[in-house]
Write a protein that binds this ligand. Sequence first.
Ligand code: KIV
Length: 274
Amino acid sequence: MSVAAAIRAITPPDILARKGGDPIACLTAYTTPMARLVDRHCELVLVGDSLGMVLHGLPSTLGVTIEMMILHGQAVRRGLDRALMVIDMPFGSYEEDPQQAFRNAARLMAETGAGAVKLEGGAGMAGTVGFLTARGIPVMAHVGLTPQAVHTLGGYKVQGRGEDGDRIAAEAAALAGAGAFSLVMEKVPEGLARRITEAIPIPTIGIGASAACDGQILVIDDMLGLFEDFRPKFVRRYAELGRDAGSAIAAYADDVRARRFPAPEHAFADEPAQ
Ligand code: KIV
């Protein structure tokens, strides 16, 4: 048995069992090398449809297709030994009816090896969540700011302030009742995050939703400083890789212009002569 096979992979029931326990560390990843790095430290890796914006330069997540998700999902899968891989259902792939959602969720899981899917939406999605979980597809739900609904919401604004919090709390309860194994809450106030976390029996994973949640997820390009088009206020930057890469590329171009690159005799000195 290989070392990789000896490592027990984390499953949706393992994540569910962490409710109220040690906080769950989650990040997005879209490529094999990043997935390898995240796998060493996090319990859950999301192949988020945020890849449309951070990797493909799209203006929102609405243009992301199933084929894009599958390609990146396959790459991420090759980098994971331990973390649970969850894959986003892109806009238009699940909202029509539960049957459409099942067909596309099954395809995403079969073609990428993901252990669960994530879909956005409130109480209106509870029926679909129930349909999928009853057919062997673990579902992570997503409420609060749901980026696929950016046009309906009128922008990437905080959700659930004042009485609107009751609506989001009711949605969270409906999705948990329908069988979701975890719930992403995006950009909601701390009081609402705490209220929902205390009320529902599944782990809440916050993004801009405070430490009152059972875990946190961030878009990896945001926390590494790789995505510079837009900087969410709630993101702590742990590195400035975009800036560092810019400096490295400038230094490289300067070297080339000054002809400071190794001569073949020097670069290949340790290779045997043919
Ligand atoms: O697509 C994504 O990266 C997400 C996270 C922001 C939770 O849905």
